[in-house]
Design a protein. Structure first.
Length: 766
C-alpha cells in the first residue's frame, strides 16, 4: 500500500493507522470511507450502548457495497491489543470481537466493516439474552406498507403483555422490533415463548408467517423470530448496511412509522439530523426490561379498576412509564416504598406506598419533613402500578408529568395505624428511617408530619473532596471534564430562606457576597448543600483570582457595581432535603445540581461537564484559563479526601498549598521572613512537602503575610524530608494556605521556580 494512502491518528488516546480514506464504499452516495468513519464518530454515544460487551460479527466489504462481502467473527491475529474479545462457551473456539469504545468502532470502519451484527447476549451473561428481536422481512420492497401495518399490530400485541417495544428500520427491506427483557431466560425458554405468542398473533393477522423457507411463505411477510436462537445476530441499532445507498438501521419513534416510505429512508447523511430534531427514540431502552409473561402474575380486575385514572392520563406508546397491564409482583410479608424526585412543571418529590397491588401516591413539593413535628404539604395523586417503585427516566414532552424522575430512596415500611383519611407509618429506607403521619385536610390536600427524631436538625457539615494533580489526560470513556475555576472554594447551604456561604477553611463569608445569597434563595430545594467555586469574571468572562479575594476585604459590599458581582459555579451537591447524596455517582449529582439551579441565572451557574477532554483542554489553553478537572463518571463524593477519582490538569501551573513553615529573613527581610515552606495533606495525617516559595512578595504583602504567620502556633517539623535552611526554619500549624504559580514539578514532586500569588480565600480571616 503506498505510504501516502495511510495516515496515523490518535483517537481517545489510542493510535490508529487509517488507509484509503477516499475509497468509495457506498456507490450511490457516493460515500467514501472517511465519511463512514465520520458518521461513527458523530454517532458514538448513540451506537455504543447497544453493542458494547456483545460478541460481534463484522460484515466486511473491502471493495465497497457492490463488491464481495465476507463475515468476520474470529478476532484476527493483527487486531490491536487494546480491542477486547471473548469466548461465549467452554467449547467455543471463536474469539469474538468486542466493540466497546470509539477507537474500536473506527478500527472496524477502517476495515470496511459496513455492518455490525451483535448477539442478543453480553459476554458477562452468555446464556441469557437481554432482549428479543422480531425481524419483519417482506417478500419484496413493494410489501413495505404491509410490514408497517404488521409492526404496529405487533407493537400492540406485545405491549398488551406488559412489554416496552422499540422499532428501527432494518436499512434493507423491513423493520426490526426490539424488546428488552430481564436477562434470566435461556435461549430455549425465550424461543418457546416467541413461537407460542407469534402463533397466537397470526390467528388474526394473516399477512404474516413463521415459515422460514421462502417457498412456503406464499408471498407473506416473514415474522422472523429465529434471530433469537443461540449465537444468532442482527444488525445493530445505528449500524450502516452493506448496500450502495449508505443506509442505516435507524431507530425511530413509533409515531413516525406510518410516514416511512422505505427501510432505506435513513442514511449516513441524514440519520444524525433526525436525532437532533426529534431526540433519541431509544433513550430509555436500558430501563425498560421486564420478565416474560410466562413468569408473571397479571393484575387482578379490582387492581386494574384502581389504575383507570393512571391509564387515562398516559399514552403508553410514547411514555416509558410502566403500563397498568405490567405484572404486579406482590411483596411477601413486607410493604415497599419509594421516594422519587420529579422535575415536572414544578420540582417536587413523589412518595409511593405499596398497598393491595397498587402504590398509593402523594406529590410532596418540599420533600418529607426532617425535624420532629415538622409538617409539609402532600397532594394525593392517582394510584400507580407496582413497577413504578423502580421507575427512573424521562417522561416525554407533552405527556402527563413530563420531565425527569429519579429514585432518591427506597425500602420497606410498616403500618402503625391506618384510617381512611390518615396513615401512620415507619419508613426503613437506605437514607430515610423514621415515623411519619399522613393525614387528609381536604379532598386531595394532605399533610405529612415527622413524629419521631430530633428537633432543629441542621444541614450536616462536610469537608470538600479534593483532586490529585496530574500531567496526563485520562481516557474519555472513564471520565468527564470541567473547567477548573480560579476562585474561592465554597459550600453553599440553603435552609428555607436562610442561605450561607462557607469557605474551604470553615469561615462564613456570606456577608461579602450578598448578590449570591439573594440569588441562592431561588434554588428549587428547601434544604441543600452545594459545592462550588466563587469567581469574579472580567469583561471577557475569565475569572480573576485577585478580584475574588479582594471582595473578602471590601467593606461596602452592597455598593459593588453589577459588573463586579461574583458568580458561583456550582459543580456538585452533597445533601438535599434530608438525603445524604455522597454515595450517588457524580453523574447523577451533576444532573441534580442542574435541576435545582434557577434558570438563566448569571450569578448561579452550572459548571458544565464536557465529554471530550482533549477538546476542552485545547479550549482552556487557548483562553488562558487555569486548567481542567477530570472526574471519574461513576465515582462517589469522598468528603475531605484527595482522590484520583478527581484529577486536575493545570495550563498555567498554579496550585493552592498549605503554609507549614517559614525561614527567618535576612538583609532587607530580616524583620519578616525569607521563604515559605509549602505542603499538601496526603493519605491519613501525612503531610506531603511541595518545596519553598520566596518570590512574588511586595512590601505590603510581606508585612501582611508575616503578621498572619506570627498568629499561628509553632509545632515540631511536620514532614520527613530534609529541606534547605532547616536550622533557620520555624514550623507552624498548617492553618494558612496560599496560591502559587510554578514552572513545573521536580522529580521529587516539589515546585520548580515557585512564585507567590496571594493567600487563599479560606486563609483570610480578618
Amino acid at each position: 500500500m503506498p505510504e501516502q494512502d495511510k495516515i496515523t491518528t490518535n483517537i481517545e488516546g489510542y493510535s490508529l493507522s487509517l488507509s484509503n480514506l477516499d475509497k468509495v464504499l457506498f456507490e450511490e452516495g457516493p460515500y467514501v470511507k472517511a465519511q463512514l468513519i465520520a458518521y461513527y464518530m458523530a454517532m458514538k454515544n448513540y451506537i455504543l450502548p447497544f453493542i458494547e460487551e456483545r460478541p460481534m460479527t463484522l460484515i466486511r466489504y473491502p471493495d465497497g457495497s457492490k463488491g464481495k462481502k465476507f463475515y468476520s467473527k474470529n478476532k484476527p491475529d493483527w487486531t490491536p491489543d487494546w480491542i477486547n474479545s471473548c469466548k461465549i462457551g467452554e467449547e467455543e473456539e471463536v474469539e469474538y470481537l468486542l466493540i466497546n469504545k470509539l477507537p474500536d468502532l473506527v478500527w472496524a470502519a477502517n476495515l470496511a466493516a459496513l455492518e455490525l451484527h451483535p448477539m442478543t447476549i453480553k459476554c458477562s451473561n452468555p446464556e441469557h439474552p437481554d432482549h428479543f428481536i422480531i425481524d419483519l422481512d417482506p417478500p419484496d420492497e413493494k410489501a413495505f406498507e404491509v410490514v408497517k401495518n404488521l409492526s404496529l399490530a405487533l407493537k400492540k400485541h406485545f405491549e398488551n403483555q406488559g412489554f416496552k417495544t422499540f422499532v428501527k428500520t432494518s436499512g434493507s427491506k423491513g423493520l426490526h422490533i426490539f424488546v428488552p427483557i430481564e436477562s434470566r431466560y435461556t435461549h430455549d425458554v425465550l424461543m418457546d415463548y416467541l413461537r407460542s405468542t407469534v402463533t397466537e398473533f397470526l390467528k388474526t393477522n394473516e399477512e404474516g408467517t413463521l415459515a422460514f423457507n421462502k417457498d412456503k411463505r406464499d408471498g407473506k411477510v416473514l415474522i422472523d423470530i429465529f434471530r433469537n436462537n443461540k449465537n444468532q445476530t442482527c444488525a445493530a441499532a445505528f449500524s450502516t448496511r452493506g448496500n450502495p445507498s449508505g443506509s442505516v438501521s435507524m431507530p425511530i419513534f413509533w409515531e413516525d412509522v406510518p410516514e416511512l416510505t422505505s427501510s432505506k429512508q435513513f442514511h449516513i447523511e441524514n440519520a444524525e439530523s433526525y436525532l437532533k430534531t426529534k431526540g433519541n427514540p431509544w433513550e430509555n431502552y436500558a430501563s425498560s426490561a421486564v420478565s416474560l409473561p410466562t413468569d408473571r402474575s397479571y393484575q387482578s380486575p379490582d387492581v386494574l379498576e384502581k389504575l383507570v385514572t393512571y391509564q387515562e392520563k398516559r399514552d403508553f406508546s410514547i411514555t416509558n412509564e410502566p403500563s397498568p397491564m405490567a405484572y404486579a409482583a406482590a411483596s411477601k410479608g413486607v410493604k415497599r416504598f419509594a421516594l422519587q424526585l420529579h422535575d415536572a412543571t414544578k420540582l417536587h418529590y413523589d412518595l409511593r406506598l405499596e398497598e393491595e397491588g397498587i402504590l398509593l401516591s402523594w406529590a410532596i413539593p418540599k420533600g418529607l419533613p426532617v425535624n420532629k413535628e415538622e409538617k409539609r404539604l402532600a397532594v394525593k395523586t392517582e394510584d400507580h402500578p407496582i413497577p413504578y417503585l423502580f421507575f427512573e427516566g424521562e417522561i416525554p414532552k407533552q405527556q402527563y408529568g413530563a420531565g425527569k424522575m429519579w429514585i432518591m430512596d427506597s425500602g420497606t415500611y410498616s403500618l402503625i395505624e391506618r384510617k381512611e383519611n390518615a396513615i401512620k407509618f415507619r419508613l426503613k429506607g437506605k437514607k430515610i428511617a423514621g415515623d411519619f403521619n399522613l393525614f387528609q385536610t381536604s379532598e386531595d390536600q394532605w399533610m405529612v408530619r415527622r413524629t419521631d427524631g430530633l428537633e432543629n436538625i441542621s444541614i450536616p457539615d462536610f469537608d470538600p473532596m479534593l483532586a490529585v494533580l496530574s500531567d496526563k489526560l485520562p481516557k474519555d470513556e472513564d471520565y468527564f471534564y470541567e473547567i477548573k475555576w480560579d476562585g474561592i472554594r465554597v459550600n453553599l447551604r440553603k435552609d428555607g430562606d436562610e442561605v450561607i456561604l462557607v469557605s474551604r477553611g470553615g469561615r462564613d463569608i456570606s456577608d461579602k457576597f450578598p448578590e449570591v445569597i439573594d440569588e441562592a434563595k431561588k434554588i428549587k430545594a428547601e434544604r441543600v448543600s452545594i459545592d462550588g467555586e466563587l469567581v469574579v469574571l472580567d469583561q471577557d468572562g475569565k475569572p480573576v483570582f485577585t478580584k475574588a479575594i479582594g471582595r473578602l476585604h471590601q467593606k461596602s459590599v452592597r455598593q459593588v457595581p453589577k459588573d463586579k458581582w461574583a458568580t458561583l459555579y456550582c459543580f456538585d451537591i452533597v445533601y438535599m432535603d434530608g438525603l445524604n447524596l455522597m454515595d450517588q455517582t457524580v453523574e447523577k449529582r451533576k444532573e441534580w445540581v442542574k435541576t435545582l439551579l434557577p434558570e438563566s441565572s448569571a450569578i448561579l451557574r452550572l459548571s458544565e461537564a464536557f465529554q471530550e477532554g482533549k477538546s476542552l483542554w485545547d479550549a482552556v489553553d487557548k483562553m488562558d484559563l487555569e486548567g481542567i478537572i477530570c472526574k471519574k463518571r461513576k465515582s462517589v463524593y469522598q468528603s475531605g479526601k484527595r482522590s484520583d477519582d478527581w484529577l486536575k490538569l493545570k495550563v498555567n501551573n498554579e496550585e493552592e498549598a498549605l503554609i507549614i513553615g517559614y525561614t527567618r529573613g535576612e538583609g532587607d527581610r530580616a524583620p519578616y521572613f525569607g521563604a515559605l515552606h509549602l505542603g499538601m495533606k496526603g493519605e491519613g495525617k501525612r503531610m506531603v512537602y511541595l518545596g519553598k516559595v520566596g518570590t512574588g512578595f511586595d512590601q505590603q504583602t510581606l508585612e501582611f503575610v508575616f503578621q498572619k504567620l506570627k498568629e499561628i502556633p509553632k509545632i515540631k517539623k511536620p514532614i520527613e524530608e530534609k529541606v534547605d535552611e532547616e536550622s533557620a526554619t520555624v514550623w507552624i500549624e498548617p492553618d494558612l494556605s496560599c496560591k502559587v504559580k510554578y514552572a513545573s514539578l521536580t522529580p521529587n514532586g516539589t515546585f520548580r521556580e515557585a512564585v507567590f500569588i496571594a493567600l487563599s480565600g479560606n486563609s483570610l480571616n480578618g
